[in-house]
Write a protein that binds this ligand. Structure first.
Ligand code: SF4
Ligand code: SF4
Length: 97
């Protein structure tokens, strides 16, 4: 699933530079996440980086963009153009560090 930012966002600017996919940008009022670019940090990190740094915990999963881990992995490959990264294959939770 892509994540989304709710209207509890206080525009603190902390999450935007942390996103490895440049999926976060300032919208008309608050920050927003492009679901076409958010991989839940799959391919880059074990945990969503924006969620880790957000001081008000306003970044839940986006129910309109439910995706499997494999789908997120393919999105990562599409975005980076670098399928061979040495990162464990999708849907192999036991292989993850
Ligand atoms: S979960 Fe990762 S890829 Fe998605 S918006 Fe947050 S930092 Fe960016
Ligand atoms: S870290 Fe949280 S509060 Fe700060 S801009 Fe991002 S979503 Fe908004």
């Amino acid at each position: 699933m892509a994540l989304m930012i709710t209207d509890e966002c206080i525009n603190c600017d902390v999450c935007e530079p942390e996103c490895p996919n440049e999926a976060i940008s300032l919208g008309p009022e608050i920050y927003q996440i492009d679901p076409g670019r958010c991989t839940e940090c799959v391919g880059h990190f074990d945990e969503p980086q924006c969620v880790q740094v957000c001081p008000v915990a306003c970044i839940p999963v986006n129910p309109a963009h439910v995706e499997s881990r494999e789908s997120l992995w393919r999105k990562y490959q599409r975005l980076t153009g670098k399928p061979e990264t040495g990162v464990p294959a999708p849907d192999s939770e036991t292989a993850r560090p």
